[in-house]
Write a protein that binds this ligand. Structure first.
Ligand SMILES: C[S@@+](CC[C@H](N)C(=O)[O-])C[C@H]1O[C@@H](n2cnc3c(N)ncnc32)[C@H](O)[C@@H]1O
Length: 304
């Protein structure tokens, strides 16, 4: 297993309204390469753990598959997708544009229990933007100082959010969202030879506990996920923490693995494990690929 070069995401349009913990914007160039390596354009792209959805959104926007199926278990995250794809995108965008962010207004919004889906969607977007690291799981806290002393507003870009939300609504005929368990949907579509699967499950490496801190739903039967994935008819791509237990699981199912590198905003080099049936598309000869450096955090390119 070799380490692949670092990816430059300068060419990746940021389409998601979320700043998602564990978001995969940096993986987009690899997803494009994977999809283009397939013999046919898939009829269905299934993302059972969709989170902020940058991969499915890119697949839909760039027509890399005919249709994308997005699945998420978290009811708050689901509310955003259901609102945007259910014909209420403009309401959400207008609500974002008219909301004045202050510590008081945010605290008041968070203290209410929204019963209506649209309001729940708004609260999710707000929380995602004004809590540390975009973390919406219990235990996360409000940004009080933020970047450049912009405080609570340092990640609140209403015009950008509006543009992204309306942009998703524009392509909603290519997107279907299911609020449910990704494993069930994987099982339902596993027999479809024209479906491909992108799997980015919550993962809690032993001793790391990253998944616990980042997501409300972080427990998953990984053994079962691997077993089910082994029997899908179409192609698949999984991404995981580069942990030895995961490599063993992949080897046991006869899957191919490849470690790829990325850099975060602080220029710390990180690695991620890709798992698939045949990852030879990642191993394109070095001289044919330009040397790519610097992966910057998507937030650096945000702003109104
Ligand atoms: C690593 S994140 C996905 C991030 C996503 N790829 C992105 O770029 O934003 C994993 C997601 O799976 C969700 N999740 C956890 N268990 C799930 C389940 N059984 N079914 C569906 N989604 C689940 C979590 O709420 C979380 O949003």
């Amino acid at each position: 297993m070799r380490h692949k070069r670092i990816v430059n995401v300068a060419s990746v349009p940021q389409l998601s309204p979320f700043r998602y913990p564990g978001g995969k914007t940096w993986l987009v160039p690899h997803i494009r390469a994977w999809m283009r390596s397939l013999p046919n354009r898939p009829a269905l792209f299934v993302e059972p753990f969709v989170g902020g959805g940058i991969i499915s959104l890119t697949v839909a926007a760039e027509r890399l598959a005919e249709h994308s199926l997005l699945v998420e278990l978290d009811a708050n995250v689901a509310a955003v997708w259901q609102t945007i794809l259910g014909g209420r995108a403009k309401w959400l965008a207008d609500r974002i544009m008219s909301f004045e962010v202050t510590v008081e207004s945010v605290e008041e919004e968070m203290s209410k229990a929204p019963r209506d889906l649209r309001k729940r969607a708004f609260r999710t977007i707000l929380k995602n933007r004004v809590y540390h690291g975009g973390i919406m799981a219990p235990g996360s806290s409000l940004i009080r100082h933020g970047e450049n002393n912009k405080g609570i507003k340092s990640r609140w870009y209403p015009t950008t959010l509006k543009k992204r939300i309306l942009g998703i609504a524009d392509i909603r005929d290519r997107l279907t969202f299911i609020h449910g368990d990704g494993l069930d949907v994987l099982g339902e579509h596993g027999n479809n030879p024209d479906a491909v699967f992108f799997l980015d499950p919550p993962y809690t490496a032993a001793g790391k506990m990253a998944g616990k801190r980042l997501y409300e739903h972080n427990e998953l039967d990984h053994e079962r996920l691997f077993e089910m994935t082994a029997s899908v008819k179409g192609d698949f791509l999984m991404t995981y923490d580069n942990a030895s237990g995961v490599v063993e699981l992949a080897n046991r199912h006869g899957f191919d693995t490849e470690v790829i590198s990325m850099k975060n905003t602080h220029h710390a080099k990180m690695t991620e494990l890709l798992i698939g049936r045949d990852l030879s598309w990642v191993r394109v000869p070095t001289e044919k690929k330009p040397i790519q450096r610097l992966l910057f955090d998507e937030e650096e390119r945000e702003g109104d």
